[in-house]
Design a protein around this ligand. Sequence first.
Ligand SMILES: [Zn+2]
Ligand SMILES: [Zn+2]
Ligand SMILES: [Zn+2]
Ligand SMILES: [Zn+2]
Ligand SMILES: [Zn+2]
Length: 230
Amino acid sequence: FVDTPDYDLICTICQGVLKCPVRAACHHIFCKKCILQWLKRYFKETCPCCRMPVNQSLIFIMFKLSKSIGRMKIKCKNEIRGCREKFPLSDQYCHSMSCVFELIPCPYQGCRAQLLRRDLETHTRHCEHWRQPCYMGCGTILSHRTQAQHNCYQQLRQEYEARQRNHRAIAAALQRKMRRMQSTMAHIKRQIGLICESLEVMDDLHEVEEEDFGESSAGSSGTPSSHGSC
Ligand SMILES: [Zn+2]
Ligand SMILES: [Zn+2]
Ligand SMILES: [Zn+2]
Ligand SMILES: [Zn+2]
Ligand SMILES: [Zn+2]
């Protein structure tokens, strides 16, 4: 705080300036969080100042006091790093999000540097973990090291050639597979041919047997009839 806050703006539990002040039935004032924690922890629901019983449903938030505390001027918590800003307590969050003396981590993944917000730009220019896609839209992720010699045309050409090599390899593999399948097919065809041939030979044998049998029976039955007709 710029000026030391009044004694009656101090919470007796946390000894800090009241945060969201509430008043108990005994008129003692505390931070809301502090008194609720106090009541929870010590079970006997009494005021830490006067030991009067405190009913949780009978504590009132003091909006006006809260507002006037919010208007109190404070110094930036980064004063030791050089910030001389003074602003109302209620603006603390806003200021810390823009204070150039705020210590922040480098936003690039893998970088552990902690730096003042005002040094971020300089750091970004040299950060080893800086990564950004090429602004020309070629899709390459660049670091400071590769950015200098990056050439979209070359990069795309290399990628294209690599892809082509890959495609050619796939095509060759497919061709080899086809050839293997074709030779397997030819082999199977030959086998089928052989099986057919052997089946034909067996059929022929059967036919020869049947013919032999038929001829002999026809001959034996034909002789008496021919005899009869004569
Ligand atoms: Zn407190
Ligand atoms: Zn009290
Ligand atoms: Zn500041
Ligand atoms: Zn960095
Ligand atoms: Zn590029």
